[in-house]
Write a protein that binds this ligand. Structure first.
Ligand code: NAI
Length: 335
């Protein structure tokens, strides 16, 4: 198949080219994001392949349908960046990579929590300036603390296991409680209780209408003073303005973010020579107790290999009607 692959960086091409030796498709790489402005580029292709910050809205899907394209291959697990109703209307099949490395994201979540707690980001800069003062670097023992995990699917379960290794009390919130987490000692509670009791809160649920701005002023007001909040899931689960107010008041003691609700115009690019136009994001960068990474939770060799191989296997299975296809189904959308 002739496939238009959007939002590709050099590292994507390396892993996709390696996987394509077996699959034998014709891959055309576009560095640009797929949006309503760039969607004319899909003309002449058989399928489109996108990543998390492509915006597959109705206009894009209309352009695909007009060009006779029937397949949208996501190089991600999440599908919140696709207008699913429009895809259904245009009879476009959506395939995804359900699990490329839940370990990668769970380990990155832990990395943020450990770095924030012991102020590693600040200590690194200080020592380079030969400032060996410990003022402001005080942390706490994670052992014995209560960790609240919102979303205990693949990534949440691994993060639960990691935190259980630290000897933490584990609270979970998920409409579908997970037996593996319960076996690790997790107690499923209502959100209010999780907010009220947790020293560390980790967001590992998908972005849906129910989870949009789940962390808002009201939610923050129910949390412990000085709570540590880690979002490695999707940016819009957190109302960033409310978070900033929580940081200013001291309600949020530290915040780790791998995702940001308006990240599409910022992340994955080198903007070091440019003025950041997003004032909310710029404010976040000023807090000493906020650690931001640019959506790199997934970024391990294992994950990139799995993403490339599963994406091409999905496309081959769609083309030949043989083999397993990881389709985004109506049941998953309703769930
Ligand atoms: P998963 O589908 O295995 O698990 C998601 C869990 O969230 C499920 O158990 C589901 O029941 C639960 N959930 C659904 N609605 C909920 C709600 N309203 N409140 C609480 N829990 C709810 O997904 P997986 O693989 O664990 O990934 C979780 C999320 O992590 C993805 O949706 C994606 O947004 C994010 N992610 C981030 C990456 C990164 O690079 N930072 C990479 C991959 C995924």
């Amino acid at each position: 198949m002739r496939i238009a692959v959007f939002s590709t960086k050099k590292y994507d091409q390396v892993f996709l080219d390696a996987a394509n030796k077996q699959a034998g498709h014709e891959l055309h790489y576009f560095e640009t994001r797929l949006t309503s402005e760039t969607c004319s580029l899909v003309n002449g292709f058989d399928a489109v392949c996108v990543f998390v910050n492509d915006s597959v809205d109705r206009t894009v899907l209309q352009a695909m349908a007009d060009g006779g394209l029937k397949l949208l291959a996501l190089r991600s697990a999440g599908f919140n960046h696709v207008d699913l109703k429009a895809a259904q209307d245009f009879n476009i099949t959506i395939v995804r990579v359900p699990a490329y490395s839940p370990h990668a994201v769970a380990e990155h979540t832990l990395a943020l929590a450990l770095a924030l707690n012991r102020h590693i980001h600040r200590a690194y800069n200080r020592v380079r300036e030969r400032n060996f003062s410990l003022d402001g670097l005080l942390g706490f023992d994670i052992h014995g603390k209560t960790v609240g995990i919102i979303g205990t699917g693949l990534i949440g379960t691994i993060f639960t296991r990691l935190m259980s290794g630290f000897g933490c009390e584990l609270l979970g919130f998920d409409p579908h409680p997970n037996k593996d987490c319960q076996a690790l000692g997790m107690n499923y509670v209502q959100l209010e209780e999780l907010f009220a009791r947790s020293h560390i809160i980790s967001l590992l649920c998908p972005l849906t209408p129910q989870t949009h701005h789940l962390i808002n002023n009201e939610a923050l007001s129910k949390m412990r003073d000085g709570v540590m909040l880690i979002n490695t899931s999707r940016g819009a689960i957190v109302d960033t303005r409310a978070l900033i107010a929580g940081l200013k008041s001291g309600k949020a003691g530290s915040v780790g973010l791998d995702v940001y609700e308006e990240e599409a115009d910022i992340f994955f690019e080198d903007l070091s020579d440019e003025v950041i136009q997003d004032d909310v994001f710029a404010r976040l960068l000023t807090f000493p107790n906020v650690l931001i990474t640019g959506h790199q939770g997934f970024f391990t060799e294992e994950a990139l290999r799995n993403i490339a191989e599963t994406t091409l296997e999905n496309i081959t299975a769609f083309e030949t009607g043989q083999g397993h296809i990881h389709e985004v189904t109506q049941e998953m959308i309703k769930a």
